[in-house]
Design a protein around this ligand. Structure first.
Ligand SMILES: Cc1cc2nc3c(=O)[nH]c(=O)nc-3n(C[C@H](O)[C@H](O)[C@H](O)COP(=O)(O)OP(=O)(O)OC[C@H]3O[C@@H](n4cnc5c(N)ncnc54)[C@H](O)[C@@H]3O)c2cc1C
Length: 434
């Protein structure tokens, strides 16, 4: 049997390699550092955490905590190493990044079935290969990916608008409609009068913003401008752009409002909605303050904060199948943040899912699709759900199907349901758990 080449010794790639080797498969793990560095990595070590040393909450009642519980049930190697490298940080799983990275390196070195090669991979011409090169994939490999999928299918920045839980919106203050009543009323619309609109602009102008990294040169795409850039260009730019009211009649007044904030459905279940045009560099606390000014969203739960950063990722739905294999070529897998999951733990989780599905592919079995009630299943579903504006997704409760119950109890119900469904799902699976 051919060996499997895993390109990228980051979080996803190391998890994939360790999982495959523990199931008896030969792996070559290819990492370009230290010979060729990315703009953010500082070392030549495997699984370097490029920024924060926190893998977020380990509290089971949070989405990140639930994802960790699901991963522990599957024998996730990097999470185990993270726990061994833990530093005190309350409920968060924070690690000593050097110890974490060193221990991952040792785990890889101890695995006789893994050969580690330090070189830059520049093409995709390997029979069974996993591309796990992350948000800062090298230019030459990016070109090879573009050649494979076409230039419009690989993005280099994400411009994310904030998303909220639909059930946390005050529906008495918003109306559902499509512009000029064309098609289904797919959007939630927040009508704004002139005073509210101008107050919003003033807030955005003065709100605190995050500084970018040196390599994030502040370049903006005209089609996807940060809201603060639009606002800086004049009072009417938003009102004639993403907040234009044309064709949207407020059923309460019977008139078109001065401006309208639209929210678009983002999850198949209809549980998450994203504010159209609010991609932003505002800090998290500033984004919370912004919500408090929007009628109907005053108490909205933000499930994903807006952000703009360098991020190489594929427009995965339509390019990759449910196991993240190219629909154009068998044996070409993608894993981690390059597929559109976002965050350290999500990338580790995706590395684990990839290993299971590479194994199934080699055995000639159908892909393993996790239950939609689990965060693993929710992330898998996000990567194949057709969307006109595919954006990376982190683990959050909004990607899970809704539950009926009191609002404050719903998260606990989702946690319970996820773990129960994962236990019964794993009972029926044939893959070994290390
Ligand atoms: C500046 C920055 C800050 C971030 N901060 C956070 C944060 O605080 N918290 C968080 O949860 N997430 C953060 N992220 C996202 C985080 O990087 C990812 O979630 C995670 O590291 C992705 O894992 P990955 O395995 O997909 O990619 P990586 O961990 O980036 O691993 C990819 C690996 O591939 C290698 N590589 C690239 N091209 C090639 C090639 N052609 N040949 C061989 N090797 C190659 C790279 O050197 C790298 O080691 C940040 C990202 C960036 C860019």
């Amino acid at each position: 049997m051919n060996k499997i080449v895993v390109v990228g010794g980051g979080l996803a790639g190391c998890e994939t390699a360790l999982q495959l080797a523990s199931r008896g498969l030969q792996v070559e793990l290819v990492e370009m550092r230290p010979g060729r560095m990315t703009p953010a990595h500082r070392t030549g070590s495997l699984a370097e955490l490029v920024c924060s040393n926190s893998l977020k909450s380990d509290n089971a009642e949070t989405a990140s905590g639930l994802l960790k519980r699901e991963l522990r049930m599957l024998g996730c190697r990097l999470l185990e190493i993270a726990s061994e490298s833990r530093v005190p940080a309350g409920h968060a799983l924070a690690v000593d990044r050097e110890i974490f990275s060193r221990k991952v390196g040792e785990a890889v070195a101890e695995e006789s079935l893994i050969k580690l090669s330090h070189r830059e991979q520049t093409d995709l011409d390997i029979p069974v290969v996993v591309i796990a090169t992350g948000p800062l994939t090298s230019d030459l490999l990016s070109s090879a990916v573009i050649e494979h999928f076409g230039k419009d299918n690989l993005f280099f920045y994400d411009a994310i608008s904030m998303s909220i839980a639909v059930d946390s919106m005050d529906h008495s203050k918003v109306f559902k409609a499509s512009r000029y009543g064309k098609g289904d009323p797919d959007y939630w619309n927040v009508p704004l009068d002139r005073d509210k609109y101008l107050a919003l602009l003033e807030y955005i102008r003065t709100a605190s913003k995050k500084a970018g990294h040196d390599f994030e040169d502040g370049r903006c795409f005209e089609a996807c401008l940060p809201v603060e850039v639009s606002v800086s260009r004049g009072d009417d730019v938003l009102r004639y752009g993403p907040l234009k009211p044309r064709g949207l009649v407020d059923p309460i007044t019977g008139k078109e409002p001065y401006a309208v904030i639209q929210l678009r459905q983002e999850s198949i279940e209809g549980t998450i909605a994203g504010l159209v045009g609010f991609q932003t560099k505002m800090t998290m606390s500033a984004q919370k303050g912004l919500m408090a000014l929007i009628p109907g969203l005053e108490n909205a739960e933000i499930v994903r904060f807006g952000a703009i950063h360098r991020n190489t990722f594929l427009d995965s739905p339509g390019l990759l199948d449910s196991r993240q294999m190219s629909i154009k070529r068998d044996g070409l897998f993608f894993s981690g943040q390059i597929t559109g999951v976002e965050g350290y733990v999500e990338s580790i989780a995706h590395g684990l899912l990839t290993a299971i599905n590479v194994l199934k592919y080699i055995e000639g079995h159908p892909p393993v699709i996790f239950p939609s009630e689990t965060l693993l299943g929710g992330l898998q579903a996000h990567l194949v759900s057709k969307s006109s504006n595919f954006q990376p997704m982190n683990a959050n409760f909004g990607i899970l199907p809704p539950v009926k119950g009191k609002r404050r109890e719903r998260k606990a119900m989702k946690v319970e349901r996820s773990l129960t469904s994962l236990i019964s799902f794993l009972d029926k699976q044939s893959f070994d758990i290390p």
